[in-house]
Design a protein around this ligand. Sequence first.
Ligand SMILES: NC(=O)c1ccc[n+]([C@@H]2O[C@H](COP(=O)([O-])OP(=O)(O)OC[C@H]3O[C@@H](n4cnc5c(N)ncnc54)[C@H](O)[C@@H]3O)[C@@H](O)[C@H]2O)c1
Length: 457
Amino acid sequence: MAWGIRSVAPHAVRMIRPVVDLTRDGRRLVDRIQDRSARIGIVGLGYVGLPTAVAYTEAGFTVVGIDTNVDRCAAVMAAESYIEDVPASDLQRCREHDRLTAATSLESAGDLDVIDICVHTPLGETREPDTSAIETVGEAVLAAQRPGQLVLLTSTSYPGTTEDVLRPIIERAGLVIGNNAFLAFAPERIDPGNRRFQLRNTPKILGGVDPASTEIAHLVLSTIVDVVVPVRDATTAEMVKALENTFRMVNIGFANEVAKICRRLGVDVWEVIESAATKPYGFMPFYPGPGVGGHCIPVDPAYLQWKMRNLEFPTPLIDLGNEMNRSMPDYVVRRAGDVLNDIGRSVRGARVLLIGVAYKPNIGDVRESPAVEVAQRLHDRGAVVRYVDPHVAELMINDATAVERVDLTVAELEASELVVITTAHDQTDWALVRQHAPLVLDTRGVRGQGRPGWHTL
Ligand SMILES: NC(=O)c1ccc[n+]([C@@H]2O[C@H](COP(=O)([O-])OP(=O)(O)OC[C@H]3O[C@@H](n4cnc5c(N)ncnc54)[C@H](O)[C@@H]3O)[C@@H](O)[C@H]2O)c1
């Protein structure tokens, strides 16, 4: 789908960004951004907010990070990083002369020129969007009632959030958007653990609720990213973000279905996908696995589904992709039962070692990780579960049960009746696994096929 973004971007820049006559407040904000006297507040110092705060500081602004999590604020003040992609040395540089500080409340919102909302947007108990953190921040900004600010929403949400949730809050303060208040949505595309594409060299989609907001947001974003791609409005930008992550979720769902088809046909799904990927056009590889995880791929499509359900508009493809992915942890546990059964063992009482429990390789994030669900289901069925993951210090299942963490050793592998590969971190010694694991269920396509006792999805 890269064609959509790349070919549309230059056209969109020419066609959609008109020359804007800014008001006095708008021009003042532009001046402050240009001479770097603008004060920038980043609300939410997580996987997205912390690197963003560092980027604005490195761009020459004075930045305040605001997070209700006291520990995160203390860590920033002590220049200690808790996000793998942000080196402590970056924080140390930013902390010099207090160019970057952290606070636990938005009390000082009135002093800020730009407020960038990077709070979490999780799912509620019935998988409905929980945008309460965005609303709380909006209310705090409203309480500060300061004309001439730009409010930028970076958190992912359903199409319409900026217009339906933030615009009314700002207008309740008596401010006029485009005149003495500015509001835009510019979603984050950060890919934790990706060393090639980071904040600066990943183009940024931007949609303001009016042309002046787009203009000013474009200026400030251009200080931290090389390419800004303005689109028609905030709802379009929200839909771009929804498309990107839903595209990925549905295609992973399809790859999971292909894995099941290949099993039935007795062919190797990894060989099929990698061979298809040699076609230089018209095919983009997606890979099967134990399910999808993280804060984006399992969550963002659910935001879109919820929005469309409210409009009584069906989304059958998205629903099916989601169902397929959500069925995978259960499928993995059934496969585990099958391969144990083949050697005359049952899940109950079996010693099972999970290799990799983060939701993707080379990071330590276990949010929504399918490996956690696999561990939980195996535990519930009576298996004695342990895990290896150099990035994940502790793993809790069923809310309060800690899974034992072990090192990847010959003794551990040989003592395990079954090894399930749930995440393939680069640093894992696969030769050791191939040589010493008696029985393997590989859900990630680590090469070992053909070896006795090596099974795939
Ligand atoms: N993690 C990713 O890879 C990624 C990528 C692209 C987009 N996103 C989106 O970016 C947003 C942030 O994700 P994240 O992974 O950084 O989340 P996170 O949970 O790591 O960080 C969110 C932070 O917001 C803080 N917070 C919550 N409510 C607050 C409030 N009222 N005031 C101040 N701070 C508050 C939390 O304490 C937390 O530190 C989400 O919408 C997510 O979907 C995430």
